[in-house]
Design a protein around this ligand. Sequence first.
Ligand code: ATR
Length: 280
Amino acid sequence: MFQLGLVGYPVKHSLSPWIHEQFLKVTQLTGMYNLYEINPIKQTFKKEIEQIKERTDGFNVTLPYKQSIIPFLDILDETAQQSGAVNTVVRQHGKWIGFNTDGIGYVRSLKIEYPHLFSSNDIKVLIIGAGGASRGIYYALINEGFSSIDITNRTIEKAMHIVEDSCAETNIYCLEQIQKVLDTYDLIIQTTSVGMKPNEHEFILPVNKLKGGAVVSDIVYQPIFTSFLQQAKAKGALIHYGHTMLLYQALYAFEIWTNKQISIHKLDLRNKLTDILKGK
Ligand code: ATR
């Protein structure tokens, strides 16, 4: 019986319990996925995390604890080291190991939907944003062999900080500069929280012109079809939705905990998740 869960604040409305219950069902494993909400104001994180470690085999970690969890772990895998944040932990042979499944989850979801991006050597990528999600995706793409990845962000220093340890060829642009060269990219990934409910009418930058056949991703999944994606679609882009990344980062966490593989593209999970997000 797997004892799993999610630590964060707030977590009440998380979709993770539903997703992991589906994975448990498909693999015919028995398990529980509990929500552990720890209010940061109470300063009980240390005590509560020790109790959760006693009770579980592994768990997800979300805001605001993706960094505060690190001192409570024994080992960080490469994904956690590169992103400087942990969203999944597992106990293996008595040691607690931290991972970050966001970047690999993003790359796997992209590979399922747009495999042609992975068979060409000259794909030009633009990442919009320079927060934790941007960093995870940047290094996951490098690990996958992408070598031309530019970053644009409101705060240039934050983008520079991401590329400090990188071997890729990366140009950094401010948001105003990038608008003129948006049509030079094959893949554009929006990683900021701009456009998330309840601010769904906002968008990080206008999409004026795109390269033919460009793929545009937005990691925001509430709403599913963000203003940014709507504009990109109107300019002819192929769309990659944020909830597919959500599913695949959860799948990678599930694999870490259980060692089970699931071909989720063969299941109907994406459509079911779409219905849940649309409130159906
Ligand atoms: P996460 O860890 O979830 O990626 P984060 O670290 O808070 O989130 O990063 C948020 C990203 O969204 C950053 O790139 C941030 O830009 P700054 O580095 O300039 O702060 C970007 N962001 C958030 N709100 C924004 C806004 N209103 N306009 C432009 N960029 C915004």
